[in-house]
Write a protein that binds this ligand. Structure first.
Ligand code: PLP
Length: 217
């Protein structure tokens, strides 16, 4: 059994090597904590993790109370009727894939006099149900930029589920190209199984679960 702290240290050193090898800046690592317990998450924070990502509001709220301060990213499917609670619990929403969801977040952020960081989620994988089509990303980004209370900072995408490394690379290249068109400082691509390809195309933020925590329970 390796500890979470050991996994974090090993992952970060592998990441440094990979980033150096392809002459890229080292992306920020978000620990994806869905279905992980508070002890494991606290261990990751003690090991230097500064950001966590959760997919489900209810589960996140139960765990957040017991955690040390950390930047919290919502990475799950966004239901507009949960916008208020999501704004209250999270610092960043990475999964805005339609204007209506952005509008709901905008209203909730304004009501609490906050500015919420958001990312446009685009769909680059046939297996993925959510995310805006890449060709609509610019228009969505423009609409989100016009909404008070939101700060659009870039793009998030989930890579295709495949063993074909070239297919993964091509999908991430499309994400990087789309990111260049919409602007911002965050390109959130790369998970435990495809982070090397993401680093190669210039990811600035990896969302890593199992490589840090082991299999989800
Ligand atoms: C679960 C999840 C991750 C992390 O996946 P791993 O393969 O465990 O690293 C990243 N991003 C999103 C949106 C997820 O749902």
């Amino acid at each position: 059994m390796t500890s979470v702290a050991q996994n974090v240290a090993r992952f970060c050193s592998e990441l440094q090597v990979e980033a150096d090898a392809c002459a890229r800046a080292v992306p920020r690592v978000i620990a994806v904590t869905k279905r992980q317990n508070v002890d494991a998450i606290s261990e990751a924070l003690a090991a230097g993790i500064t950001d966590i990502g959760e997919n489900y509001l209810q589960e996140a709220r139960e765990k957040f109370e017991a955690l040390a301060p950390v930047r919290k990213h919502f990475i799950g499917h966004l239901q507009t009727n949960k916008a208020k609670a999501i704004v209250a619990a999270f610092d960043v929403v990475q999964s805005v894939d339609r204007v209506e969801a952005g509008a709901a977040l905008s209203r909730a952020a304004q009501a609490t006099r906050r500015t919420l960081d958001v990312l446009v989620q685009i769909n680059i994988s046939p297996a993925e149900r959510f995310g805006a089509p890449p060709e609509q990303a610019e228009r969505l980004a423009e609409a989100l930029r016009a909404l008070p209370g939101l700060r659009l900072d870039g793009l998030m995408a989930i890579g295709p589920v495949t063993r074909d490394r070239d297919e993964i690379l091509r999908a991430f290249e499309l994400a990087a190209k789309t990111f260049a068109r919409i602007g911002g400082s965050t390109l959130s691509i790369g998970m435990s199984g495809d982070w090397r390809e993401a680093v190669r195309v210039g990811s600035t933020m990896l969302r890593i679960g199992t490589a840090l925590f082991g299999p989800r329970v």
